[in-house]
Structures are given as structure tokens and as C-alpha cells.
Design a protein. Sequence first.
Length: 557
Amino acid sequence: MTHVSLLRALRGTIAPVAMLALLMQAPLGAASAEETDVEERGGPSTALVRVDGRPILRIRGFASLPADERARAIEARIEAFAGNRSMPASVLRLEENARGTAIMAGPVTLLTITDADAALEELGRQALAEAARAQLAETVDAWRAERTSAVRLQKAGRVAVATLLLAAVLWLLVRVSRRLREAFVAHLSARVRPVGVQEFEFVNAERIHAALRAVPRVILGLLAAAVVYVYLEFVLRLFPLTRPIGERLFDLVVGPLETLGLAFLGELPNLAFLTVLVLVVRYLLKLTRMYFEAIGRGTVRFDQFDAEWAIPTYKVVRIFVVAFALVVAYPYIPGSESAAFKGVSVMLGVLFSLGSSSVISNVIAGYSMTYRRAFRRGDRIRVGDVTGDVVEPRLLVTTLRTPKNELVVVPNSEILGSSIVNYSALARESGLILHTTVGIGYETPWRQVEAMLLMAAGRTEGLKREPAPFVLQTSLGDFCVTYEVNAYTDDPQQMARQYSALHANILDVFNEYGVQIMTPAYEGDPPEPKVVRPADWYAAPARPSPAAPGASPSGPG
């Protein structure tokens, strides 16, 4: 057999084998995608030369010329040769030079196959060059054929037909899905029952109906996505510029899901630990809550521990338990060791420290007030200038309802730093004392004034008869004596109405007995000294006690 015959035989047998090996090893990546086998093989990087998505040859890089840059340069020369239609692909020839075997297109060197490239494929350099030349000639012919007007029109027609077919299939899916949804819901609606125990429903019937109506939509969405995927892959593979995307479309869709799946499998031990930790903490908190609820109900008692402290104390314990669980769980959280996770954690910590000072102070104040027993829900209190009933004592703020039916939100830190007047704390046991003052001239017997004030207190509804009201003479002023009437009530929420009624009764009683309230300002001495004669000491409605000296009953005025 002659040398020429042997070469032809090698071209007929080795070339297909070499190209099959190239195709089996070729990735679906970009034309000049650099391989990451530097770490795996400990040698230079490799890249695959592609033209219009067709693999030509895998090459090695050099220290001065990385594989991806060398592949891009080769691809550019091949495309320039393919664009020159005056030179047929049959002009490609092999030529030996100092670096290896070159594939020549006239005077231009398209690529040079080195011994390192041949070793990469475990083939002889000459055999690999023959296979590469044959594949290159076929690729150039296909490149030129695909860019003719006739082929482009033909492919444009295919795209139009595929688009119409896609629209028809989607329209058909919508129609079928609509009828399927109607039939599905109509068939199952009568059988749907709420899920629950006795009167309590875990899942009501409306939510089940909504879920059933969503099933056909989900099926339609999946089918539509599959049809659109097939359409895109077909259309993108038609044109040379979009063919690499079409060949990689499956990887683009499934690749992220595969990455997520592999990451999930890798994190399964940590996720299992976190799941067990969450379950343990959850049931520990449930047991703790049951214990503190028993304290709140009085089932479990401790000395010097108020039952009202049970739930707030449980909340404090819960914070510490959750914080401890987070510290334990942190190393097992997926991505906790990454720089991004640590950066976000630091940023959140800084933001929390800068913006939470007032929040923390309010939280501490809220718990402090709980254990101070300053007030509880429903109490009538005064904080600063605000008086109202406690609607909701919360962790950060306390909501008060004023007598004017206004809701006032007071920060707990402000309450902690202010004096709190609680009108309801002792009113439930011994009563709250309502008091008001009047100024009466010296010419009016003080016993008469006291009797009139006590009469006015007795006429006021809501004031307690026991303990009995009493009167104090608080001052002897320049022009009048100041009397203070005091009466007990057990309903602090009616303070405003009771004060109004008490003032009205005082006015009525003093008018009935002709006694003037608030003597006019002093301008000069009157002709008669402003004294009370003993005979008038017990002017009506005053009644002397039997032991009073010189006591004698007297009638009105």
C-alpha cells in the first residue's frame, strides 16, 4: 500500500473516531469557554474551538497565551476565511512548521496543531491534524450554506410556522384548561368539606375551593412552559448566532435547579440539625408557656411572685431561649460562613445598634413597669398631663383612653421616667377620695359650712356612704376660709361625672341656705366685725352634738 493510500485510509478511519471523541468531550458552553482543568490536571488550561456552535478541536494554552485567547484568535481566522467565498474549503491543506502541523488556507495559517494538542486527545499529531482539517472544511461549507438568502428565507418560514403552531397550541391549552377547571370544580365542589374538629375549622371550604381551582391553572402553566421551551429550542437552533444559546437552553433552565438541588443535598445534615433544634425549642417553649400559664391561673404558686407576672416573665424567658437557639444554630445555617452572609450580618448589627436605642429603652421600661405593679389593664391613671384608662400595656408603648374617648399612645420609657398616679389601685379595696374646695367668708359659721358640704356630698350619686364623707379646713385666708370636702368612690372611671354632680349639689345647697361662696375681695373694714355669734354657730343645716357647750337647736337662717 502506497503512502497516499495509507493516508486516505487513516483519514477514513481515524478522522471519524477523533471527531467522535471531540464531540463526546465537547461542552455545551460558549465558543471560547475556558476549561477549569488547571487544578484537576496540574497543567495548562484548555479550550474548545467552536464555529457556529460546531466543535473543531480542543487546544491547550501556553504560559504567554491562555487557551481561551488562543481559541478566540483561531475562531476569528476561521470565520474570516469562511466569509471569503472566493476560496473554496478544498484549498485547506496541512503544512509542517517548527511548532507543529498547520492548517493553511492559501498563505494564511488558520491554526497550528502542536504535540501538546495531540497529547490532549491521545492521538498522533498528523492524525489529529487530518481530522481537524476535515471537520474544518465541513464547518466552513456549512457556515457558508447557512448564510445564503435561500436558506435564511427557508428558516424564516420555519420560524413563522413554528410561531403559528405555538399560538395555536397555547390557545388550545387555554380553552381546554378553562373547561377542565369548570368540570373539575363542578365535580368536586359538592364533595368539599371543611377540615376541622367539631366547631373549630383548620381549613375552611373556601380555601379548599380556591386550591382546587388553582390545580388546572398549575397544569396549564407547566404545559405552556414545556411548549414554549420546545419552541425556543427549535427556533434558536436554526440560526448560527443563536445556536449556542439553543444548545445550552436546557442547561440554562435546569442548571440553576441542579445547582440548588446539589446545594440542598450538601446542606441536608445541617438542615436536619436545624429542624431538630427548631422542634426542640418549639416544644420547650410550649412546656414553658404551660407552666407560666399555670402560675397565672394560680395552680402553681410562689411567695412574693404575683400571678400577673406570669405571662411577662414567660416572654422574657422566651427571648433568652430563642437567642440561645440562634447562637447554637448560626454555624449550621447554610451560607453562614460566606463573606456575603457575614457582611449582611454586620450591616444589620450596625443598623440595629444605631436605630434601636429607643426601642430597647422602651422594652426595658415595659418590663420594669410590669414588675413594679404600677398599673394594669383597665386602671384609671395619670401620666404627666394625660389622664385615662389603660387599654393595652404593651412591650414598647402603653395605650390610654381618655375621658374624652381619645386614644393616647405613651412610650414606656416616658412612663418609666414620670410619676404615675393610679386612681384604681386602692379604689377597689378602700375607695378613692374625691375632693374639692370652696372659699367662704368669716361671717359664716364653719359648722354650717361643713354641714352644707356634707349634705351636698350625700346628695351626689356614686359617692360611698361608708366610709363617710368629711370636711377639712385647709387654710384661713385673707378674705375667706378654705374648706375641702372629701368623699369616697369605688368607680374611678366616673370621676369626671361625680365631680360635676358634687359641684352642682354644692351650689344648690349653698343657694338653699343663702350662703355666698367666695367673699368679694377685701376693700375696707365693715361697720360690724365679721364674727359669728354663738347663737348662730349651729345655723341650719348644722346640728350640734349633745356634748357641745352652749348647744341649742336653731332653724334655718
